[in-house]
Write a protein of this length. Structure first.
Length: 456
């Protein structure tokens, strides 16, 4: 069987991932929720207590508008939700049921799986190892929240995977001096940013910072290796990329806000204590009185950290009634404190939900579902991390590995700081944690499973 997998084409890989995801969607919507877990069923194949039920209601309104008034009154962002607008289109074409979105979900998820496979393939000795490792990652039950339901992660996960794939391609393009890979990297980079911008345009500034972070690593590597031609090409590309990405971000954010018909972004006001945010149109350049400005960090960076902490404070208030909060009593009031909190944030991102949370009752049915799934998955991740560490040591000289680790550390830390809630963090961190899990599985399959099979 493994020999057959080693002969599989990339299209066949995508098709396998697509068919699995599509089948899982139909099983969840038409069998598991209605008949096996009816207590979790909100109707129409949707899970109780998640955003999908709201998106379905908005999509139904969009569908009715298309039926009665036609395309001239179509809104891509009804109630500010692009996934509901997309669903409205599928409802109009295939019928007003959440099942109409399953092929779209499966297609997007399969592309994410294929890109992850291509990343893992550069580390694996056999194609089957990368195929099975990527397949495990896309088949995780936690992905059912967006593959079998209706959620923004359908787009954001693909966008994040495109971004990582682009940077791996950049590294290979500079190292091998292949213009084709450089062009491919550009296409995937801006495709990823476009998808991210559609659902979470506020993250584009974080992705720009990530580009600067990853590009700086490539420059430092060029300096260490004394590869002057490599260094010049990377430096010029990085400067152009960050500049163009800034223009692109502004265009996407402006377009999205226009489509959403949202005039301004809102922030906390002065005089409000952390944890009790009020909404005004104050900009992050005039921070609240509780924020301590840094004298050692550039103001532009300090402002971005402040914006991140604002989101953390808003999240603490929004999810105050939940039972999956982590460190909600921790107040970060300066960039220095944010830096000092980084190790703890990374611990939360990699290891939560912690064993002490596995058997707690959630405030919602969806929370209990995620805790059940999360406890099983994170237990497996703990073991896989051991193989990732072994693989990382074995691949320690590969720049692509360094990029993946830096990419994961950067985003996992940012999301763990901004999202002090294990349930939501579990969903947000998926595309940034999964490359680490995939590499660990790839190393295990290459060095243990396949060799064990050969010895039989």
């Amino acid at each position: 069987m493994l020999l057959r997998i080693n002969r599989i084409t990339e299209f066949q890989i995508w098709l396998v991932y697509f068919l699995y995801t599509l089948l899982a969607g139909f099983l969840v919507q038409f069998l598991l929720l209605p008949y096996v877990f009816p207590q979790w069923h909100a109707g129409d194949g949707l899970l109780i207590g998640i955003d999908a039920t709201q998106f379905h209601s908005i999509a139904m309104e969009t569908y009715k508008t298309l039926i009665s008034a036609g395309w001239q009154d179509f809104i891509l962002y009804p109630s500010g939700q692009v996934i509901a607008g997309i669903a409205g289109i599928f409802y109009f074409i295939f019928g007003p049921t959440p099942a109409s979105m399953l092929p779209f979900n499966a297609g997007m998820h399969a592309v994410s799986g294929l890109l992850l496979y291509k990343i893992l393939r550069s580390f694996s000795e056999q194609k089957s190892s990368a195929f099975l490792a990527a397949g495990f990652c896309i088949a995780l039950p936690s992905t059912f929240l967006w593959t079998t339901q209706m959620h923004n992660e359908t787009l954001s996960v693909l966008g994040a995977t495109c971004f990582l794939f682009a940077w791996v391609q950049f590294q290979q393009a500079f190292h091998k001096k292949e213009l084709k890979k450089w062009f491919t990297a550009l296409v995937f980079l801006f495709t990823g940013l476009f998808l991210i911008g559609l659902v979470r345009d506020y993250l584009l500034v974080v992705y720009r910072a990530a580009s600067l972070f990853l590009g700086t690593y490539l420059i430092l590597r060029g300096l260490a290796k004394r590869e002057h031609k490599y260094l010049i090409s990377v430096a010029v590309t990085l400067l152009c990329l960050v500049f163009i990405q800034g223009i692109f971000n502004t265009f996407i954010q402006g377009s999205v806000r226009t489509l959403k018909r949202v005039p301004t972004i809102t922030y906390l006001t002065n005089g409000i204590t952390p944890g009790t945010p009020a909404i005004t149109n104050r900009s992050p350049s005039t921070p609240a009185s509780w924020w301590q400005k840094s004298h050692y960090i550039p103001q532009s960076i300090d402002n971005q950290v402040y914006s991140l902490i604002l989101r953390r404070e808003g999240a603490i208030r929004s999810w105050s009634e939940g039972s999956t909060g982590i460190d909600t009593d921790v107040r970060i009031t300066s960039s220095r404190e944010a830096i000092l909190y980084t190790p703890r944030a990374l611990q939360i991102a990699l290891l939560s939900p912690f064993p002490s949370q596995w058997f707690e009752d959630g405030a919602k049915v969806a929370s209990n579902f995620m805790k059940l799934i999360g406890s099983i998955e994170i237990s497996a991740f703990y073991i896989i991390y051991v193989f990732f560490a072994l693989g990382a040591y074995n691949w320690r000289g590969r720049p692509a590995l360094h990029l993946i680790i830096l990419h994961s550390i950067f985003f996992l830390t940012v999301f763990a700081i901004a999202t002090p809630n294990a349930g939501n963090l579990y969903r947000f961190r998926y595309p940034y944690l999964i490359p680490i899990v995939g590499l660990g599985l790839t190393y295990f399959l290459d060095n243990y499973l396949h060799k064990f099979r050969t010895s039989l």
